[in-house]
Design a binder for this molecule. Sequence first.
Ligand code: THU
Length: 125
Amino acid sequence: MNYRDLYLAAHKAMARAYCPYSHFQVGAALLTEDGTVFTGVNVENASYGASICAERTACVKAVSEGYDKYRALAVCSSSGSASMCGICRQFLAEFGTDLDVITGDDADHLTIRKLSELLPDSFSL
Ligand code: THU
């Protein structure tokens, strides 16, 4: 799958965001090494700290289905381009920082950056 289609998959998923508190929809699409795509949305909770971002939703879905090697992650929001939060950067870094992170206001204006650039010197054990 090309990165434009990956972004479109994130955008389509975004409609399923559960965000009654922020009203800020986020969609993510994670491309695995073998070409499988896992989408995710933000899922909020009345206990705000229990909320989970779209990027981690996609990653948790992938890991729990046996996929832990990724090529790219596309992210979008209801307000256009969205920059992945710090917790998600660290969470994804667990599985490798050579990941291409794709953002953009729409599928025709994409920015691609390595996770290693977005989170230099990530923590590891
Ligand atoms: N959010 C994400 O899903 N991903 C990010 O990288 C940043 C923030 C969500 C969390 C919350 O549901 C909403 O956006 C507003 O912060």
